[in-house]
Design a protein around this ligand. Structure first.
Ligand code: TYD
Length: 193
């Protein structure tokens, strides 16, 4: 069996990193599994984070190109070398974040185009948690919050993920509102086919 490339997707606060950890610990133990994430922690990821925290700003188009550039670098430096060594690679966010989040304000076809050359994951898991639940989880870690604006935005992001599930192979929508072990078992079942 060849190594697997798996992506976790979801709204912020939907449990991607928890599920990535559980999955890494339970995949075939004879093969190493690495967990990685986007945006990355390298230079391009730093520019993206500076934009997200409003320390620096650029246009929506430039931001989307940075996400794609960060991904190209992530694939070249982390994902491809690890797969070549025979490791499973589990990424917390991948190109579907660009389309689901980006298409709220940028052109969807353009976003698909700038992401079209990237390797498709063997499996993608969208952890579906109601936007209201994600907001209440995030509220606990934030001082200021524009509740309605955020809710409306996250609802659109969720719809975009549901649309992606309809048009993408091996894209699984997993009910992420349950106990983490139940969610994990569903993910394993989907991988085992
Ligand atoms: P997040 O996973 O929350 O990063 P961190 O935990 O390091 O802060 O991602 C930051 C935000 O970026 C998140 O709201 C989703 C968004 N995002 C996009 O809009 N497009 C993308 O291509 C990616 C990877 C993330």
């Amino acid at each position: 069996m060849r190594p697997l490339f798996i992506a976790f997707e979801g709204l912020d606060g939907s449990g991607q990193s928890t599920q990535a950890g559980l999955l890494a610990a339970s995949l075939n133990p004879s093969r190493k599994s690495i967990i990685t994430k986007e945006p990355t922690n390298n230079l391009i990821g730093g520019l993206i984070r500076a934009q997200l925290t409003k320390e620096w700003s650029t246009t929506q188009e430039c931001l989307q190109l940075l996400f794609a550039a960060d991904r190209a670098h992530h694939l070249e430096r982390v994902v491809e070398p690890a797969l070549a060594k025979g490791y499973n690679v589990i990424t917390d966010r991948y190109m579907f974040s660009s389309i689901a989040y980006g298409a709220v304000s940028a052109d969807r076809e353009w976003l698909k185009q700038i992401n079209s050359k990237f390797r498709m994951p063997d499996h993608t898991f969208f952890l579906d948690v109601p936007p209201e639940t994600c907001i209440s989880r995030m509220e606990k870690s934030r001082l200021e919050f524009e509740l309605f604006e955020q809710l409306d935005y996250l609802k659109k992001v969720r719809e975009n993920y549901i649309q992606l599930a309809k048009e993408t192979e091996n894209f699984h929508v997993i009910n992420g509102s349950r106990h983490k072990e139940e969610v994990h078992l569903d993910i394993l079942k989907a991988i085992e086919g």
